[in-house]
Design a protein around this ligand. Structure first.
Ligand code: ZN
Ligand code: ZN
Length: 354
């Protein structure tokens, strides 16, 4: 049994379609198990096809046993249309955010029926994780904890941000990570005011804060974590800002639970930072879902309307970024439960001075 495939099938009547065309790589993997880089799924009430090219035949048959594997040669859209016609499907849903204009035009050229655009039906399916997914996300978070431990021994003033990022990635990959989930952020001193400042050639200096945001893909699943450290010493201002972000992050980790809206979760941290008069320096949302992709649904932000459910895994990552001064962010992965959240990372969160 493949629960994801059955959950997708249950959506067919709700959208008034006879089949789904799945083109997004993460959704394709979620529904079929096939993790090759090319291919589409066509899923009907009874039938399930995986259309890929000859490079992937064996892999597709092994990874997606519930799918009939078909190969396309000259024209993918023509092959898909042929399958659709053979099944007599009249209305087929497709992923509006994933399909390019040119592929859509190709499809309409060959397919006589109606193509129904869906915005994020599959991404919504992926929000609540299965036990197997939670286990892998937990292992990914533990892997990052080991990486952080390693950093504590390795980090010192004089290294460049790039050296730190490279060393950390090398360590994590030797520990079993498939790849980095994104370009690691190592932002020291004034560069810390850029929430997404990827590692540069700048050297770490005594007396600076350094924010390190890193994540890997482990057995297909992403992970994401951030710590801010002090190099050598921390002055009063650095300690104050750190404590504020620490309190905001803790409040959100402890307060988040199922039944809340994404905006309510965001407010748990934001009201603390607002209360200290620094709300203007917390420009991004509280966090995001993590799963097959680093950033997925739900989106925790002041505008978030999604209702949190048990089994969702999200990041909690408030930050304060002050131009010309620097920044602090603390980020952990949290499993949403009925009455409380469970933080999956166990690295220390108190300010560490190296
Ligand atoms: Zn992150
Ligand atoms: Zn994140």
């Amino acid at each position: 049994m493949n629960p994801a495939l059955e959950r997708l099938r249950a959506l067919l009547p709700r959208h008034g379609v006879e089949a789904f065309l799945v083109t997004n790589a993460a959704n394709r993997r979620y529904i079929s198990g096939f993790d090759g880089t090319a291919g589409c799924l066509l899923v009907g009430r009874e039938e399930a096809f995986l259309v890929t090219d000859s490079r992937y035949r064996e892999q597709a048959e092994a990874q997606a046993p519930q799918f009939e594997v078909l190969l396309w040669r000259r024209n993918l859209a023509a092959t898909l249309a042929r399958i659709i016609r053979k099944q007599s499907w009249k209305r087929v849903a497709f992923e509006a955010k994933d399909v390019s204009y040119s592929f859509y035009r190709e499809m309409t050229r060959f397919f006589p029926g109606e193509l129904v655009p869906l915005e994020s039906a599959l991404e919504e399916l992926r929000r609540v994780k299965s036990d197997r997914e939670i286990k892998l996300l937990r292992q990914g978070a533990a892997l990052l904890d080991r990486g952080f431990n390693y950093l504590l021994e390795y980090l010192k003033p004089g290294l460049t941000e790039q050296e730190v990022a490279l060393e950390l990635e090398y360590f994590l990959r030797r520990q079993g990570a498939q790849e980095a989930a994104f370009r690691f952020i190592v932002a020291s001193g004034q560069r810390g005011s850029m929430p997404h400042g990827v590692a540069s050639g700048k050297r770490l200096q005594q007396g600076e804060l350094v924010t390190i945001d890193f994540g890997v893909i482990y057995q297909g699943y992403a992970s994401d974590m951030t710590r801010t450290l002090a190099l050598g010493s921390a002055d009063r201002r650095q300690r104050q800002v750190y404590q504020l972000v620490y309190r905001a992050q803790q409040a959100a980790r402890e307060g988040i639970k199922a039944g809340m809206s994404a905006a309510e979760a965001d407010r748990l941290a934001r009201e603390i930072i607002d209360g200290a008069g620094l709300g203007g320096y917390f420009g991004h949302g509280l966090g995001h879902g993590v799963g097959l992709e680093t950033h997925e649904r739900p989106v925790l932000s002041p505008l978030g309307k999604e209702i949190l459910e048990p089994g969702m895994v999200v990041t909690i990552e408030p930050g304060v970024y002050i131009p010309g001064w620097g920044g602090v962010r603390i980020e952990d992965m949290v499993l949403i439960g009925r009455d409380r959240g469970e933080t999956l990372n166990s690295s220390p969160r108190e300010l560490i001075i190296i």
